[in-house]
Structures are given as C-alpha cells and as structure tokens.
Design a protein around this ligand. Structure first.
Ligand SMILES: Nc1ncnc2c1ncn2[C@@H]1O[C@H](COP(=O)(O)OP(=O)(O)OP(=O)(O)O)[C@@H](O)[C@H]1O
Length: 361
C-alpha cells in the first residue's frame, strides 16, 4: 500500500478476463484525480471496484471508513459507500422526466442534506430541461443530467467514467467547460477516468497512470508530468501543461497573453477574460529549442528555460528534452542530430520556441 493519506486508498488485485491489474493507489481527499491509461488498461474496472460494483480481492478505505478488507471479510455494499457514479453512457430512468430523475437522486441523499441543488442545476444548464422526458434528451444533455443527479445524492466521493466519450463537437466542449467549473467548486473529491490528454490537462489535480497491468506513476499533476523514468511513449503522449492567468487581450489579433511563473505565452483568444486562470497543453512536437532568442521567427512564444534531462524517444533519430521554466516543465521532441549540433547538456540555458498550443480554460 502507498504512503498514508487522508483520502482514498485502494490495494486491489483486479482480474477480469484478459485483464490482470494490481492496483495500489493513495489519492488526496480533495480535487480531481484522473485515472489515465490506454483503452483496455483497466480504468473502468478500477472505478467499479472502488465503488463496490465489482468485488476484487484487497482493501479499500476512504477517509475514516473501511469499505473493503477481505482479510476481515468486510465488504461494504455500494449504496452504503455514498459514492456518486456517472457511467460512459448515462443510466437515467427513461420513463421519468429530468426533474423526476433529479428527485430520485435527491431522495437518496437523505435528510438533512447540505446540497445546493439549485446551484448544480444552473451550473450544468439543466434548469431549462427539467420538464423534459429523458428519452428525448441529446447525449450531452443526458450526461449533464446524470452528473447533476449524482451530485443530488450528496455523495462523499464522485466517480466519473469517461463522461465525454460518447459526445462530440459542441456538446463535448460545453460539458468539458462545465466540468472545469465543477473542478474549482466541488467540495468532495472526484475520480475521473479518461484516455484523453486534453481532459488530463484541463481537469487533473492529481494523476494516476495505468500501463501494462500496473500503476506506473501517481502524484500531483506537474510532479507526475515531470517524471522521466516512465515509458517514453507515455511521457510524450502527456506532453506538458502550463497553468497561468490571462494578463492581456489583443482583440485585433484574436490573441491573449497568459502569464505564468516561467514567462508569458501568447495564445488564441476566444471568450476568456483578463484575470481568468487557464491551462494549456503543449505538445512536445510543438517545441523547438534554440541557443539564442530568435529575432525573426514565426513562433509567437519564446520561453527562457534550463535543460533538465534528455531521454531517447521512440524513434532512434529523436529524443525528448525536458526543460524547466521557473518551475514549469516543458517537453521538446527534437532530433539527436540537433541535440549534438547545439552541443546541449543538462543545466544549459536555452530558449524554447513554442509553435502552437492546444488551449484549455
Ligand atoms: N466482466 C468482464 N469479463 C471479462 N473481461 C473483462 C470484464 N471486464 C473487463 N474485462 C477485461 O478487462 C479489460 C479492461 O477493461 P476496462 O473497461 O476496465 O478498461 P478501460 O481502461 O476502462 O478501457 P476503455 O478506456 O476502453 O473503457 C477489457 O479489455 C477486458 O479484457
């Protein structure tokens, strides 16, 4: 079992068909933990075991409660764990209205309840849907209602299993933005299953990486992204995440500035406002390393960094260079040829030119 903490601890031996996963996690009592792994890595199985929907041998504790301890023959049923669970495809009652579904959740909360129902209903844009029959809702509307229904039951822990996976386009964009707001206001911990790096970048406070039947890393987001002892494909897939505050808008150019500890990034502007906290994910292939600050370059962003480490990429011609910009880690994929031509070594001061960034607010 991992080091002690005051959140969720699970040590489970999960065997399902071809899946063999030894789970050993210690998650914080606050914030969003993203369980990230490739399709089939066992993320859903973990979530179901934590919720008690499936029984895998081991132990599960949450705060001061022991939910499972097979050595003592203890297994607390799901309904007594007070977890809110939202599945990939929402499991609403089709014969009820939206209000009827929410009422079902609310009644599960018992009395007295501290739920601010109106707030969740408004935050997820569910109020205009209350009188609608669930069968007539779109996929995005169903997921928003399913999340609010789970919150209505006043859970101690919220579990979301790829709630965006069945959505696309504007429904996905909208729900992701709503989940970002939830992240900053939710008073309980959230475990969020995903295989999307965008969702990791925008939602994770804490990250658990599943690969090859085990937990290969777990910890706070930035700390975990900074690890270079992980499989290189996983390191590159994750890229880097910069969090900062919008410091200026350049409306004529449709650009804005994001100030972070390591400098300023210029990004495409949509509806963001000055002062707003934003995260953006930077792909390793979008970062170029230069010895000197370029005076004529199409790259909008030049960040002064120190080379931290270099590791082999999955292609023999290329390497992944980890950079530090005053505490923010950046990752660059360059050729070994360039690494040697520039005479780079850990500790060197360089400029990272960032070509493009995927923006998350
Ligand atoms: N009830 C089951 N019976 C047999 N095999 C199962 C069962 N549940 C899961 N598995 C096996 O476990 C593997 C992992 O499933 P799981 O749904 O937990 O992975 P996942 O990481 O959530 O995948 P995805 O991202 O595709 O949803 C599956 O590929 C399947 O082989």
């Amino acid at each position: 079992m991992s080091a002690a903490n005051d959140g969720l601890r699970a040590a489970l031996s999960i065997r399902r068909g071809a899946l063999s996963l030894d789970l050993d996690i210690a998650l914080p009592a606050h914030g969003v933990t993203v369980l990230f792994g490739a399709s089939g890595s066992g993320k859903t199985s973990c979530l179901r075991a934590i919720a008690g929907l499936e029984h895998s041998p081991g132990t599960v504790t949450f705060k001061d409660a022991c939910w499972q301890d097979d050595a003592r023959g203890l297994f607390v049923p799901t309904y007594q764990r007070r977890v809110g669970y939202v599945f990939q495809e929402s499991s609403l009652f089709d014969h009820l209205t939206v209000a009827g579904n929410l009422d079902y959740g609310f009644r599960r909360a018992g009395r007295p309840s501290s739920i601010d129902a109106a707030r969740w209903i408004d935050d997820f844009g569910v109020r205009p849907l209350l009188a609608r029959r669930v069968a007539a809702l779109s996929g995005g509307e169903r997921q928003r209602v399913a999340i609010v229904r789970a919150l209505m039951a006043n859970p101690r822990l919220l579990l979301l299993d790829e709630p965006l996976s069945a959505l696309d386009g504007s429904a996905k964009t909208r729900l992701l933005a709503e989940l970002e707001r939830l992240r900053t206001t939710l008073p309980i911990p959230l475990i969020y299953v995903s295989h999307s790096v965008e969702e990791v970048a925008r939602l994770a406070d804490h990250l658990v990486l599943l690969d090859g039947g085990r937990v290969v890393a777990q910890g706070p987001l930035q700390q975990t992204l900074a690890r270079i002892d992980l499989p290189c494909a996983l390191i590159e897939t994750l890229g880097s995440v910069v969090e900062g505050k919008v410091s200026a808008l350049h409306r004529n150019d449709n650009l804005m500035e994001l100030a972070f500890a390591g400098g300023t990034l210029c990004l495409p502007h949509a509806e963001e406002t000055v002062g707003q906290t934003l995260r953006c994910r930077i792909d390793a292939r979008d970062v170029v390393i230069a010895r000197d600050r370029a005076t004529a370059s199409s790259a909008l962003n030049q960040i002064h960094c120190e080379v931290v480490a270099v590791i082999a990429a999955d292609h023999p011609a290329q390497c992944l260079v980890q950079l530090d910009a005053h505490g923010t880690r950046l990752l660059a994929r360059i050729t070994w040829h360039s690494w040697h031509a520039l005479g780079l070594a850990p500790g060197d001061a360089v400029w990272a030119q960032v070509k493009a960034v995927a923006l998350g607010s």
